[in-house]
Design a protein around this ligand. Structure first.
Ligand code: UFG
Length: 337
């Protein structure tokens, strides 16, 4: 059984990936100090996987503790999620973002090199494309400078990996560029745990529907899109999780390869609101507000390369993702009562 070290394995995408890994016969070692998660998620993973994983509460910026884990286990591959991920927060506290996201990445890469790990999967983001010239982006679409320190940490993360490969890094690396992961595990046992007021659209919608927030503000209805609201490529988190499992078996002709992880289809904010209302049969109060700083008009993934080369494509619909996110929210509201 192959052992996969998963940094940030108790996080939103990480936890779903751990469940997919166990489903496919891997043994995940979760390295996560739970600063952005909770024991409730570990409990959910335990129930879904019947204890088939280990968890270590280690900060990846603590190089000594991290290296001691690599020393203790024979690790076949690393999937690196652990990073801060809020665009707005990164603008307010850039140093914290650069320190955590870049030092963490450098430590993990150094450990992979030192302990002869063969494969490394990096959580990247469509933020590396910036505001693209054409709305649908290919992996070969030139990268643009991001809008936030968070975006820069992903952009620089890819650059660091590329530079290492120029000097023949002895392991294969796959960068998965996520578009907008949404939803939750259909069991309702794991899902997203936004800290404080959610920044992302769907958690804000489900919290509004649950009565935690008064109303949704749609950031801008004057974009040059059919209904005036921003368009994104929303992809079910379980599909995103499965892309990581595919990345582990991908033979990797090139030592470094990037894949778009989206559906190829864009959905506007207003369409998301309407879809939520019809899936949940709930009226969602919303108002239009000004555009949010740093938001782009529209982006969606071209997924031809992911389908043809990685053998991955999204299988679930946006409506299913909304249903699962709503189920998760309802479970959580129940447990808070
Ligand atoms: N939106 C609202 N109201 C809200 C929240 C969001 O109208 O309360 C809108 C945004 O303006 C945007 C869309 O919903 O048009 C999606 O916004 P999200 O915050 O859910 O997602 P983003 O596309 O802004 O951000 C995502 C990831 C980031 C990543 C970025 C790259 O969350 O990690 O894509 O483009 F950097």
């Amino acid at each position: 059984m192959k052992t996969i070290l998963v940094t940030g394995g108790a996080g939103y995408i990480g936890s779903h990936t751990v469940v997919s890994l166990v489903d496919q016969g891997y043994y995940p070692l979760i390295v996560d100090d739970l600063r952005n998660s909770s024991p409730e998620i570990l409990e959910g993973i335990t129930r879904l996987t019947n204890h088939s994983f280990s968890h270590f509460s280690v900060d990846i910026c603590d190089k000594k503790a991290l290296f001691s884990l690599f020393n203790q286990f024979s690790i076949d591959a690393v999937i690196h999620f652990a990073a801060y991920k809020s665009v707005g927060e990164s603008c307010a506290a850039p140093l914290r973002y650069y320190q955590n996201n870049l030092i963490g990445l450098l430590n993990v890469l150094e450990a992979c090199e030192r302990f002869s790990v063969r494969k490394f999967v990096f959580s990247s983001s469509c933020t590396v494309y910036g505001e693209p010239e054409h709305k649908q982006v290919y992996e070969t679409t030139p990268k643009r400078l991001p809008e936030s320190p968070y975006g820069y940490t992903k952009w620089m993360g890819e650059q660091i990996i590329e530079d290492l490969h120029r000097n023949t890094l002895p392991f294969e690396t796959i960068c998965l560029r996520y578009f907008n992961p949404i939803g939750a595990h259909p069991s309702g046992l794991i899902g997203e745990l936004p800290v404080g007021i959610p920044n992302n659209l769907l958690p804000y919608i489900t919290q509004t529907a649950a009565g935690i927030r008064d109303q949704l503000t749609i950031f801008g209805n004057d974009y040059p899109t059919p209904d005036g609201t921003g368009i994104r490529d929303y992809v079910h988190v379980c599909d995103v999780a499965e892309a990581h499992v595919k990345a582990l078996t991908y033979p990797g002709a090139a030592p470094l390869e990037a894949f778009n992880i989206g559906t190829g289809k864009g959905t506007s904010v207003l369409e998301m609101v309407h879809l939520f209302q019809s899936v949940a049969s709930i009226h969602l109060p919303f108002v239009y507000g000004p555009r949010r700083d740093g938001d782009i008009t529209e982006i969606s993934a071209n997924v031809d390369h992911s389908k043809a080369v990685l053998g991955w494509e999204a299988k679930r619909t946006v409506a299913e993702a909304i249903r699962d996110a709503w189920h998760w929210e309802q479970q959580r509201s129940k447990s808070d009562d």
